[in-house]
Design a protein around this ligand. Structure first.
Ligand code: GAL
Length: 430
């Protein structure tokens, strides 16, 4: 071979090598087309958290056009209905928000509509980075993992403004009895709404908190596997307590979003609001309040030592139109980097244990106290947020709470919930 030929070949070979390296390096930027992200995060710190994630993703993949298909309505009440129509109509989004637990498993996984994501977990080392208990909630018996968690939220938090409680002469009630018999009448006499309650799903969340307080961890867990009877006197009393707490609340509860209900505390119209810790995101981001000053928090009456958890995750439906982009999103949102972008705005804890929860400039006093409890308390799953029961049960239970609000018949509420548990196959007939 002549020298010239040799150098020409060498040049071509080096060019190919450079091109090859360049194509690996730019593989990120090479993705293009749409990415439709379906969620219910349209307001509060939640929209801010999602937008911050999208902004970072856009930097990584500038040619991907993100369609933020969020459907308004706290806890996904409206989004879930829209999602169902789209999934059944052969029009799935690329990725969608879904709660860890039965909301994911009992419908979409059971119907064979989700893609397993184990390859993504393995490639990122996430099997060691996410808590096993959380992975169990999003896996089937064969070990297929079906979604990527972005956070851990807590539903058993009572919010208040410390200076207001002092002015009104009350302290945070430790039990529902104390709230009903002491705190509530004192506040009513002072012309203050003792507790602000919002629309139906927030009432279900209030009930789940009362149930944990009344039945304890074992009794509450037993509701979901049939070992606690829905017609026992203890369960009946959870509904009675719910009615008494409702008597201490604003009458316009059904027309209030969760943000409206939380805001009543921030602006001094109400003393307490029971809300998941997306309220922290709302207080911090939307209302720019300082923890322990503009807002304070405590575990809900009777639930100290227990963390009622839920987790927001993203899943990949079979038939996602832009699967490569969807996979890039899923690869991103589970990282420590993404979780540290999202959670300080959202009010939740990072689910990835390698995220920087110890960094107090990112995660303020609220997060530190939630983390302390998350890592030391008993953990139970939230009913209102899809962890413990199939959506069919939750939907029926929500209607039953709305009937209870009018008829106040605690015994029939329990019996109807028991019948529902049978119908959806949560409990086998004795
Ligand atoms: C929950 C969800 C939270 C927050 C809340 C209020 O179901 O997990 O992330 O969105 O609803 O909308």
């Amino acid at each position: 071979m002549s020298n010239r030929k040799f150098y020409a070949l060498l040049l071509i070979a080096s060019l190919l090598l450079v091109l090859g390296i360049a194509s690996v390096a730019t593989a990120q930027e090479d993705l293009s087309g749409d990415l439709e992200i379906f969620s219910w995060w349209t307001g509060g710190g939640e929209a801010a958290g999602l937008e911050a994630l999208i902004a970072r993703f856009n930097e990584m993949y500038p040619n991907v056009n993100i369609i933020n298909a969020a459907v308004a309505g706290g806890s996904g009440v409206n989004a879930r209905a829209v999602l169902t129509t789209r999934m059944l109509g052969g029009d799935p989004p690329d990725v969608f928000q879904v709660h860890a637990g039965e909301e994911l498993n009992a419908v979409w996984v059971a119907a064979g509509r989700m893609q397993p994501l184990n390859d993504i977990y393995e490639a990122n080392g996430w099997l060691e980075q996410f808590p096993q208990g959380l992975l169990d909630l999003i896996s089937d018996d064969a070990g297929n993992i079906y979604s990527v968690p972005v956070n851990i939220h807590r539903s058993n938090v009572l919010w208040y403004v410390p200076a207001n409680l002092e002015e009104w002469g009350v302290t945070v009630p430790e039990t529902w009895d104390e709230f009903i018999n002491t705190t509530c009448p004192t506040l009513q006499a002072a012309g203050v709404t003792p507790i602000s309650i919002g629309e139906n799903w927030t009432q279900v969340q209030l009930w789940e908190n009362i149930a944990v307080a009344t039945l304890g961890v074992e009794g509450y867990n037993g509701l979901w596997d049939g070992t606690t009877s829905w017609v026992s006197p203890e369960v009946t009393s959870t509904f009675e307590t719910l009615g008494q707490v409702m008597d201490c609340a604003n009458e316009d509860m059904n027309s209030l979003s969760w943000q409206d209900a939380s805001q009543r505390v921030a602006n001094g119209e109400a003393a307490f609001n029971l809300m998941g810790d997306w309220a922290a995101g709302y207080f911090l981001v939307d209302l720019a309040l300082e923890p322990n000053v503009g807002f304070g928090w405590a575990t809900t009456p009777g639930t100290a030592g227990t963390f009622v958890m839920l987790s927001d995750t993203f899943g990949l439906p079979i038939g996602a139109p832009n699967e490569a982009n969807a996979r890039a999103w899923l690869n991103f949102v589970g990282t420590a980097e993404a979780q540290d972008i999202f959670n300080p705005l959202k009010g939740s804890l990072p689910a990835n244990t390698t995220a920087s929860i110890g960094d107090t400039s990112l995660y303020n006093a609220y997060f530190q106290s939630a983390y302390e409890d998350w890592t030391s308390n008993d953990i139970v799953g939230s009913l209102a947020h899809g962890a413990v029961s199939p959506p069919a049960f939750l939907n029926g239970f929500a209607s039953l709470i709305s009937a209870f609000q009018t008829d106040r018949d605690a015994a029939s509420a329990g019996a109807n919930a028991g019948a529902l548990a049978l119908q959806v196959g949560m409990v086998s007939p004795q």
